[in-house]
Design a protein around this ligand. Sequence first.
Ligand code: SF4
Length: 426
Amino acid sequence: MEKRVGIYIHVPFCASKCAYCNFYSIAGGDKLMPAYNDAILKHIEEYSAQLDGFVIDTVYFGGGTPGYFGANRLIGIFNELKKHGHVLLDSEVTAEINPGGISKEELLKLKRAGFNRLSIGVQCANDSMLKSLGRTHTFADAEETVSLARQAGFENISVDIIYGLPSQDKEGWAETIAKTAALKAEHISCYGLKIEEGTQLHIFKDSPFLPDDDVQADMYLYAVEMLARFGYRQYEISNFARRGFESKHNLKYWLGKEYIGFGPAAHSYVGKCRYSFIENIEKYIERVSTGQVVVEHSEEMSDFENAGEYLMLRLRTTHGISEEEYYNIYRLKMDYVLELLKRYEQSGWALFKDGRWRFTPNGFLLSSTLIGELLEAQNKQRTQISKPWQTDLPEEELQMTLFTNKRPLQSGLFGGRRLVGSQDLL
Ligand code: SF4
């Protein structure tokens, strides 16, 4: 069976820094772009041997603002991946862009090169709020960019919106949802504002202009209900899609699948190892170009930790978890976890359907706390098992997932490389 992997490329450049942003991104660093481009290309080439063991079925350019980096550079990096990795022709290939930040010509170039999904940072329908957040676009720019993307042939568009913004009331949020739905994107990500330390918004942490927790909760529940009416099915805490347009790349994170990241602060999960690269673009460039180590953190995941991640990550999705699946993969019972889930069910936070447990929207609101309790319950269970990790079958064969990757390969590969020993691909 071929091993599949998703590739994440971090592009940390932005036109300006948004007031709420705590991603690793820099504004005013344009002069570093050529050197950064060279470093990424070199890094991919160096990873050639590791990439050789995988078939790549998703590629995600995130940031930062990949669109600001320029279509030519993104295409150059994608071509390098095609050269050194086995990239499936029908891979999901996403670029994050900002409204008003990319021309139709560039969108056409991306489309022709094999990019087939765009993630657009719309954030809000209110222009004065966008301005106060440090966004450099209006909602009309978002409408224009979606229109240009359609003209360029993109049939899979995602938009991001944020609730809980300073001075945003429920009516304002309702307006953002209605106007966003009118964009007719295939996918909507809907995030609650978090005031993080180190961001410009942090000084407003206790400001009365911020919607309180109850109002934020109402906004979230309203979004879940309204987006369903507009045809967007919730499949993860913050993500909604028309059927068949769930993000294949992001599902890799939530379903515990493997992914390899490139760029400063990029994370990877391969084999049983999680690692991340240094969160500093200058150091990243210098170390890659001089052949030094760029890994800043790494950890080998134990089987028990992986079992915990199963609970933690899959309960983010509406696919949820199953006792049978959990036992088949980890040879571990979940009696204590089930006890808790039944209590959550009585409180309206969880539901059991078709053999699987999942959180309700009210449960998603409390998911950090609930998952913490479930992990404690799982820890308690661990002591009851004598040989928890024995299994005769490979994990891939045991997993039954909603968003399965089990279909046989139907498409060929981009360009150059062939997967040695796999007849499926020929
Ligand atoms: S465009 Fe995105 S990554 Fe860049 S500063 Fe704004 S929120 Fe952060």
